[in-house]
Design a protein around this ligand. Structure first.
Ligand code: PCA
Length: 322
């Protein structure tokens, strides 16, 4: 009896003494390279957490899918392989229709509408994540999505037969409706996909057009501003609960700041990266009105399809947004 008490006392003492000085280190898996505002924002977020906890809570950012492949990041966070990660919301489209909403063409084409759509959909996204043991920390948009092509994009027929890069199931669906053939290609593989002829067109932001050096493969960027997709930073709930209260609050405070900063960065990024495309010789042009009209009609069709797929919850959400 005596010795058991003694062991218990020693154990308790060592727990107290280590927790008082113990530092927490989290590995964070992110998909995109440093040359994107998302990753720069995350690095600042990690710094903020560190500063707020006097260095006790360190988040080590593994950018550019260097630790975990993009497609595998959601599962890695769910299974606590890493406690925290960033994902493109649209890549979860096959798990639940709610994540497809983020890539629907011509539903939210400016930052004000994108913010509105985010606010309306956030409670549902949080509830879905919660069911999977995950928490939404914050979400930040990309610049509006435009079309990169070898030939000028004159009409909707320019898409016919194109080998169009796709990064989500929603974008694949759009490609099919445009009579193009979609191929899934990760951002880091874009140059190779163009040079080997796997793709000859893509729809993405000026950010990704710059980071993939699109000027090596295409001459035209048509700024159709089709949608404003977002990334989200997610945390494993159990990992979060295991943090002490001061670390939890440091994380949440830094996340709120990162969300605010990230939206501002995305707005600036749009202008900066559009200019950079031009400096490298890409012709950045506005779409003609007929093209926008035709693309909007396809977008409307996709919104209807989405509302059917997402059921009552989806219809209510769309109605609230619209
Ligand atoms: N860039 C990422 C997602 C959206 C964007 O602008 C990509 O092209 O995969």
């Amino acid at each position: 009896m005596k010795s058991i008490f003694k062991i218990a006392a020693i154990t308790a003492a060592s727990v107290i003494s280590t927790s008082a000085i113990s530092a927490t280190r989290w590995d964070m898996a992110t998909p995109y390279v440093d040359a994107t505002h998302h990753t720069q924002n995350i690095r600042q977020f990690a710094k903020d957490v560190n500063a707020a906890t006097n260095g006790d809570f360190e988040i080590i950012v593994h950018a550019g899918a260097s630790l975990i492949k993009h497609k595998e990041i959601p599962r890695a966070v769910r299974t606590q392989q890493v406690p925290i990660g960033e994902v493109f919301i649209g890549i979860l489209g096959n798990e639940d229709p709610i994540y497809k909403l983020d890539n629907l063409p011509f539903l939210a084409t400016n930052f004000t509408d994108a913010k509105k759509l985010y606010e309306v959909s956030k409670p549902i996204i949080e509830a879905k994540l919660n069911k999977n043991g995950l928490m939404l920390l914050y979400s930040v948009p990309w610049p509006p999505q435009g079309v990169y092509s070898k030939e000028p994009l004159t009409s909707i027929d320019s898409f016919k037969g194109a080998k169009l890069r796709a990064y989500s199931s929603t974008l694949s669906r759009l490609a099919v409706l445009l009579e193009a053939s979609p191929t899934t290609v990760q951002t880091v593989e874009i140059p190779q996909a163009f040079s080997t002829g796997i793709i000859d067109m893509m729809i993405t932001s000026p950010t990704t057009g710059v980071s993939s050096q699109s000027w090596d493969y295409v001459d035209n960027y048509t700024d159709v501003q089709a949608w404003i997709p977002k990334n989200m930073v997610i945390v494993n709930k159990r990992s979060f609960k295991r943090l002490d209260k001061s670390m939890q609050s440091a994380l949440l405070t830094a996340a709120a700041a990162a969300e605010k900063r990230g939206w501002e960065l995305a707005i600036n990024e749009t202008e900066i990266k559009n200019k950079e495309l031009m400096e490298h010789g890409v012709k950045v042009v506005d779409p003609n009105p007929e093209l926008i009209k035709a693309l909007t009609a396809v977008g409307d069709q996709m919104s209807q399809e989405w509302a059917e797929e997402a059921g009552a919850e989806g219809k209510a959400l769309l109605a609230e947004y619209q």
